[in-house]
Write a protein that binds this ligand. Sequence first.
Ligand SMILES: [Zn+2]
Length: 362
Amino acid sequence: MDRPDAETAEISLFGNGAGECIVAHLGYGEWIVVDSLRNSQGEPVAKRYLEDLGCNIDRDVKLLVCTHWHDDHCDGIGELFKLASQAKIAVSSAMTVEEFLFHVQQCRSRLLIKETSGLHEMAEVLEELKARYPKIPSPAPHYLAASGIVVYSREAADRPAEVKCLSPSSQVQHDAKQKLGKVLADSSAIAGRLRVPDPNLLSVAVRVKLPGCSLLLGADVPTGATERHGWRSIIDEHSSATHVSSLFKVSHHGSETSWHPPIWDNLLCPNPPALITTFARCGLPKDDQLSKIKSKASAVYVTRANNRFKPKKRRRVDATMSTRVTNRTTTTADPGHIRIRWPLNATPHEGKVELFDDAVQV
Ligand SMILES: [Zn+2]
């Protein structure tokens, strides 16, 4: 694989039907990674890809963004953060009750909540922060991401770049704290029953500004029930008559809950390319949603799992499983990969699109 030169921007989207990861080149050898998934060898795909390009992860990765702690977005982010020792990390400032209890558990070593794989990644990130800042008893991530927070900026006049968070809104942060307050006030409450209405509301959408264009990376943000939640809040706070984005990483795997035409009308240029990762467990994106997205985009690209294969035969496991399910596939298939490269002073419309493995244009 060849590395883009200093004046070439790139976005690479990886997806395997059970996770997604974005790797972007901001020019001049500076890379960011948004979310993480592992390949079939168990490596974070961003690590494999950047090493294949001949990048020095330690030096070249400037920022990691963990949009939220769902398994399909953070698998391997702890390992990546340890490797990218110069990178700063941004995580959502809003936490679910489970995430908060897990945080407390990490600090107090007292068992409050069972560790899930998403929480395991959070623990890995906290461990790396402790290693980097040994004098701070409980070091925070570099950025607690929220609407309006700038998590990366390159101020050079001739080649500026900026990564700005568009969510979660102050209302969503407030709602999350309210939920937490209810749990703490009523010790008999079970945390799982007091989830925020939709944990995807906590996820961090970002706008990546480059010299010639900007990219809208939608995480799993849903439309939102009011103008202070989700995309409705992002549009209220971040629409600009003079600035629109030229590419959209469609939010939440193209689901109906994140379909909101004003995103396309207010935040994006007419007919931008749209990039989507599938989410196999929920059959996303569905055909009717894809049609709607196609009506707004110049081209729609979807990553799918490559090499979907049957699980290895194991007699006892197979006997048990066959009483419950008839058809199994693994979720460790290698990801599909969409890559667009374009001159740093231009837009992705003028770029070169490459589809690897099972990525397709639909
Ligand atoms: Zn997701």
